[in-house]
Design a protein around this ligand. Structure first.
Ligand SMILES: Cc1cc2nc3c(=O)[nH]c(=O)nc-3n(C[C@H](O)[C@H](O)[C@H](O)COP(=O)(O)OP(=O)(O)OC[C@H]3O[C@@H](n4cnc5c(N)ncnc54)[C@H](O)[C@@H]3O)c2cc1C
Length: 347
C-alpha cells in the first residue's frame, strides 16, 4: 500500500513527487516517455511574454516558488541544472523600444524589465537597435534534471518504466488497485498524453506542437539568451538551441521539414555567421482552450487527481501548481478557481 501513484514524470510529475518526498509520503511513479515536452523544452524561465511585454499568468507568484524549488532540487540531487542567463530582447523598431519603456513603468513589470538598454557587442548578430534586458531569467537543462531525478527514483525502487494501463485500474471508495499495487490516490501528470486517459480526456486540451533545432556556430561566442522572432539559447561548446515553433494541427512528436525551414528562415534574420544543424527535436505543449492549468479532483472518483495544462510555461507553473494540488489533497485547501478542473463539466 502506498499513499500515491503518480503517472508521468515531466515537470508536473517531478514537482508533485517532490511535495510527496518532502512530506514523507510513500509513492510509486509510472513513466513511459511517450511524451517529450519537458525533455525537449527550451528550459527557459522568464516571467514576461516578450511579444507584447506583458506578465505571463501569475508569474510574479510562481517565479519565487519555482526558483526555490529548483535550487532545493539541485541541492537534494547534488547536481547543477539551473543556469542564470540573461534574456536580451531584440527590438525591431524604435516604436517597440518605446513600448518597452511604457511596459517597464507598470507596477507588475518594473521588477522584470530593465530600463537600461543594452548595446549589442556581438558583430555576428544582426541587431539594428539596442536590446531590452529581462531580469530574473535563466535556463534549466531539463534533460539532465529528469535523468538525475529518474536515477534517484530508480535507486529508491519508486520508478516503473512503462505505460500505465487505465483499464487495469480498480477504483473503490478509499483505495485504488493497479495490478499488485494499492494506493490511496492516483495523480495523473501525463501532459498531452492525457488525451488517452479515459477519466480526464473530456477536458478541453488542445495541444501545441513545438520544434527546436540545435546548431553549432563556431566563434559566435554568445553567452546571453537572445530573443528575436525565435530564441537563440547558448548551450555551451559552440552549441545553441534555436526555436521554438507553434503548430496546432500535428499531434505527434515527429520532427518536420516545414518547422526546420521556418526556424532556419527566422534564424537567418538574426545570425551573420556560418553554422551547421546538429539536432532537431519536437514535443507537444499541453495547452488548454482557456490557457489555464488543469488541476483538481475527478468529478466522480474522489481518489483520482489531475495536474496538467501548463502550456508553454511549465518550468514556472509546475512547482507552484503542484504544491496547490498537494495542499488540496492533504490539507483540503481550495484550488484557485481559474485552474480547478471543476470549471469544465464532464460530457
Ligand atoms: C518545443 C517546446 C519548448 C518549450 N519550451 C519551454 C520553455 O522554454 N519554458 C517553459 O516553461 N516551458 C516550455 N515548454 C512547455 C513545457 O515543456 C510544458 O509546459 C511541460 O513540459 C509540461 O510538462 P508535463 O509534465 O505536464 O508534461 P510532459 O512533459 O508531456 O510529461 C508527461 C509525462 O507523462 C508520461 N506519460 C503520459 N502518459 C503516460 C502513461 N499512460 N503511462 C506512463 N507515462 C505516461 C509521458 O511520457 C511524459 O514523460 C516547451 C514545450 C515545447 C514542446
Amino acid at each position: 500500500m502506498v499513499d500515491f501513484i503518480v503517472v508521468g514524470l515531466g515537470l508536473a510529475g517531478t514537482a508533485f513527487c517532490e511535495n510527496l518526498r518532502k512530506n514523507d509520503k510513500t509513492f510509486i511513479v509510472f513513466n513511459d516517455r511517450s511524451q517529450t515536452s519537458s525533455r525537449v523544452a527550451g528550459g527557459l524561465y522568464n516571467p514576461v511574454i516578450l511579444k507584447r511585454f506583458t506578465l505571463s499568468w501569475r508569474a510574479d507568484e510562481q517565479l519565487p516558488v519555482a526558483t526555490k524549488f529548483y535550487t532545493e532540487l539541485e541541492q537534494f540531487l547534488n547536481v547543477s541544472f539551473d543556469e542564470k542567463l540573461n534574456v536580451l530582447r531584440k527590438f525591431a523598431s524604435i516604436e517597440e523600444q518605446n513600448l518597452w519603456f511604457e511596459a517597464a513603468d507598470k507596477d507588475k513589470l518594473k521588477a522584470y524589465l530593465d530600463t537600461k538598454l543594452v548595446n549589442n557587442e556581438n558583430a555576428l548578430l544582426k541587431i539594428p537597435f539596442q536590446f531590452g534586458k529581462v531580469l530574473e531569467t535563466g535556463r534549466l537543462n531539463t534533460k539532465f534534471l529528469f535523468d538525475s531525478y529518474e536515477s534517484w527514483l530508480r535507486k529508491e525502487n519508486r520508478l516503473l518504466t512503462g505505460t500505465f494501463n487505465y483499464d487495469e485500474l480498480d477504483i473503490e471508495q478509499d483505495v485504488v488497485t493497479y495490478k499488485d499495487i494499492k494506493a490511496k490516490n492516483v495523480v495523473f501528470t501525463e501532459g498531452y498524453g492525457m488525451m488517452q486517459n479515459p477519466f480526464f480526456n473530456y477536458l478541453p486540451m488542445q495541444g501545441s506542437k513545438g520544434e527546436y533545432i540545435v546548431i553549432r556556430a563556431k566563434g559566435l561566442n554568445e553567452s546571453n539568451i537572445i530573443k528575436s522572432s525565435i530564441f537563440l539559447i547558448p548551450l555551451g561548446n559552440d552549441l545553441y538551441k534555436v526555436g521554438a515553433t507553434y503548430h496546432r494541427k500535428d499531434k505527434d512528436n515527429v520532427v518536420t521539414k516545414e518547422a526546420k525551414n521556418e526556424l532556419i528562415t527566422k534564424l537567418e534574420t538574426l545570425l551573420g555567421c556560418p553554422y551547421e544543424i546538429v539536432d532537431h527535436m519536437a514535443g507537444i505543449r499541453p495547452t488548454v482552450k482557456d490557457r489555464r492549468p488543469l488541476v483538481g479532483q475527478h468529478p466522480k472518483y474522489n481518489n483520482l487527481w489531475l495536474l496538467n495544462g501548463f502550456g508553454s510555461h511549465g518550468i514556472t507553473i509546475a512547482p507552484w501548481a503542484a504544491t496547490s494540488l498537494y495542499d488540496r489533497i492533504e490539507k483540503e485547501l481550495p484550488l484557485l478557481e481559474e485552474m480547478d478542473i471543476a470549471r469544465f463539466a464532464p460530457n
